[in-house]
Design a protein around this ligand. Structure first.
Ligand code: 2P0
Length: 323
């Protein structure tokens, strides 16, 4: 039995669109920060049974095609022909408004490959996790992580954006704001596919996002949180422009999303660094200096007393809990 833990991540330059859905190859590279608050722990045991089994938070669940795909890759690489017994515990509360597929598939890749006797490098783990969910390729590493779009299976992997460090002492905080707990109306996969197929802006998005990677990397190297936030906010809104410009158009924004974005811009006019990013849902994440967290929460709660904030810092890469 092998048990692994992996944390979720927030993309500062987004992945939005698959060039090759079969191989999970994206159109553009993306860059994220692994967080320290939300994680998945997964144990895998290979057993003499007829079929794979999956338990989530103690409840038996259907084994999804994505899970089967990752386990099949592990079986092919190891030569093991047994069934996988998978037990997963999610510590990604709905209240965070964060997706769990990144932490889930990063933990599964590490636990399953280890249980099968494989000793994969981080790069190999990142490629394996990518086959479950694109963003999971990044959660193999801690801190700031870049996922290179690549040309094929072996060249599409993630690695630290800045060498030799998980950046746990970086003076940045991410505040996850909850405005809506309901299920997202359009899944990430469906939303990406619609943007790719129908937005006339899609090629411009992919080119502009790729060009944002070196700019974001330079801002991280300079520890310039204001620059990181400004680049991330611009990139997020450019991603959302590919949904508003799709045919038919759609959006992940709710009215509160725009109110919070407006409030962040007001706070900036007061001289505090406070920037917004959001993924395939209405819950914004605020990017700010660590030292400003209390002041920014206070500013928001004056106007929105019922909002909940979860303060996150840079988190670690995937690791084994025991073997
Ligand atoms: C990201 N998102 O870069 C982007 C930004 C959502 C918006 O990656 O289809 O669960 O499993 O590869 O990774 C969420 O999509 O999608 C995501 P699949 P995934 O974080």
């Amino acid at each position: 039995m092998s048990r692994a833990r992996a944390y979720t991540n927030i993309a500062l330059v987004k992945y939005w669109g698959k060039r090759d859905p079969q191989q999970m190859l994206p159109f553009n590279s993306s860059l994220s920060l692994t967080l320290d608050q939300f994680y998945t722990e997964t144990s895998v045991t290979f057993v003499d049974d007829v079929a794979d089994q999956f338990y989530l938070d103690g409840e038996v669940q259907p084994v999804s095609a994505k899970i089967t795909h990752v386990i099949d890759l592990v079986r092919a690489q190891s030569g093991l022909q047994k069934a996988a017994l998978i037990r997963s515990d999610n510590h990604v509360p709905n209240a965070a408004g964060l997706a769990s597929s990144a932490s889930a598939f990063a933990a599964l890749a590490l636990a399953a490959s280890t249980a099968a006797g494989l000793k994969l490098s981080r790069r190999e783990l990142s490629i394996l996790a990518r086959h479950g969910s694109g963003s999971a390729s990044r959660s193999i590493y801690g801190g700031f992580v870049v996922w290179h779009a690549g040309q094929d299976d072996q060249s599409s992997f993630a690695e630290p954006a800045i060498a030799n460090t998980e950046q746990v002492d970086f003076p940045i905080a991410i505040l996850a704001v909850l405005v809506d707990q309901s299920q997202k109306k359009v899944s990430s996969s469906a939303g990406m596919a619609a943007s790719v197929a129908t937005s006339p802006f899609y090629p411009v998005w992919a080119r502009t996002a790729e060009a944002a990677i070196p700019k974001m990397t330079a801002a991280i190297a300079a520890k310039a949180v204001d620059k990181i936030g400004a680049l991330a906010e611009t990139n997020a809104m450019q991603m959302h422009a590919t949904t508003l410009s799709a045919d038919p158009p759609f959006t992940y924004f709710e009215p509160e999303t725009l109110q919070i974005w407006e409030k962040a811009r007001e706070i900036r006019r007061k001289g505090l660094n406070c920037y917004v990013t959001l993924d395939a849902g209405p819950n914004p994440k605020l990017i700010c200096q660590l030292q400003d967290v209390e002041k920014i929460i206070h500013e928001f709660q004056k106007e929105f007393p019922n909002l909940t904030f979860t303060s996150c810092r840079p988190g670690p890469g995937a690791y084994l809990v025991n073997e």
